[in-house]
Design a protein around this ligand. Structure first.
Ligand SMILES: *Cc1c(COP(=O)(O)O)cnc(C)c1O
Length: 346
């Protein structure tokens, strides 16, 4: 029989109730250490006080006006994204999928897929009909992988040689997840266009398409619109997130914790080679490539109070909030150690 909510997701048996920082409570009272961050969204943790304050203030002022009006908070968020990136201009929408290419013309017609992190294959796929290359600088769903050191530079060269746009999908790896505001900053190779979303609003739906002036040349009045995109409430969340992330020292802390977690996971993998193969990823977008089924590890960890995810290629995906502490990392790793220690003999 059909359920009132369409059965489009395989859902966990956890009815969420409330959250604080790295912890999430179910309606039945169970407490979980949440290393999913709502799939890389609540990067400042649940109910971050500064975001609550900004949202509450805005909620008492104005929620929505339509984009027929100038929205000062939207202008401010755009300015700050421009100041802190390669981009000259920003279009706001509501989600990662929307922050792609709508309005940018021919590239919407179709995409050919080529193997990730394979420059030769990418080069061979370019034809006279190619308009752009889209790539995730660090892969999320596909398997939590950082590319070879010169991959993005190689893509930039291909784009420059053939007059193509280089487009980054930083919906998951952007907004601080890898220890810099945007993941491609590690490689120092700028795109022409970039999609961000997920952690930009820490849970309030907002996405953004960032572009250079040249790439955005077609984005004139009437070319593209969004009812909710960049509304006063969502940009209040976006600005509050940037307030926190742009504080001096924020990323030093993320990188220190990422290094600490990576080290602890390496130790775990070394201890259980029959279960785990290797640690991969970047910053706090981390994965363990599993020998046993990653989804089974996810389920066992959840039974013990740790929420983690699976990703493509049998990877256990670990996405703690960027504000995680060493104590919480220790707690998570201890649970994974316990899960592995109790694993049925192979
Ligand atoms: C989640 C995700 C998307 C889609 O974002 P939505 O907000 O669900 O539309 C696109 N690209 C990447 C890399 C993602 O992780």
């Amino acid at each position: 029989m059909i359920t009132p909510v369409m059965p489009t997701y395989g859902r966990w048996d956890v009815a969420v109730d409330h959250g604080a920082g790295c912890y999430l409570w179910a309606a039945d009272g169970r407490k979980f250490l949440d290393f999913t961050s709502g799939i890389a969204v609540t990067s400042l943790g649940h109910c971050h006080p500064h975001v609550i304050e900004a949202l509450t203030e805005q909620a008492n002022k104005l929620w929505h006006s339509s984009n027929l009006f100038r929205i000062p908070g939207q202008e401010r968020l755009a300015e700050r994204l421009v100041q802190n990136s390669f981009a000259d201009t920003v279009f706001f929408n509501n989600s990662g999928a929307e922050a792609y290419l709508k309005g940018f013309g021919p590239a919407m017609d179709g995409f050919d897929h080529v193997a990730w992190d394979n420059l030769n294959e990418m080069r061979a796929a370019v034809t006279e009909h190619t308009a752009a290359i889209i790539v995730e600088p660090v892969q999320g769903e596909g398997g939590v992988r950082a590319p070879s050191p010169n991959y993005l530079k190689g893509l930039r060269d291909v784009c420059d040689e053939f007059g193509l746009l280089l487009i980054y999908d930083e919906v998951q790896c952007g907004m601080g997840r890898t220890g810099k505001l945007f993941a491609h900053e590690w490689a120092g190779v700028a795109p022409d266009i970039m999609a961000v979303a997920k952690a930009l609003g820490n849970g309030i739906p907002i996405g953004a398409c960032l572009a250079t002036e040249k790439a955005a040349v077609g984005m004139v009045a009437g070319s593209h619109g969004s009812t909710f995109g960049g509304n006063p409430l969502s940009v209040a969340a976006g600005n509050a997130v940037l307030d926190v992330m742009l504080e001096p020292g924020f990323f030093d802390n993320v990188n220190a914790n990422a290094k600490y977690l990576w080290g602890a996971l390496e130790t775990l993998v070394g201890k259980y080679p029959k279960l785990f193969e290797r640690v991969q990823g970047s910053g706090l977008l981390l994965g363990i490539r599993c020998v046993v089924t990653a989804g089974d590890v996810v389920a066992k960890a959840r039974e013990k109070g740790l929420l983690v995810l699976a990703a493509g290629d049998n990877v256990l995906r670990i996405l703690p909030p960027l504000v995680v502490t060493k104590r919480e990392i220790d707690e998570a790793v201890a649970i994974l150690d316990q899960v592995a220690g109790e694993w049925p003999a192979q």
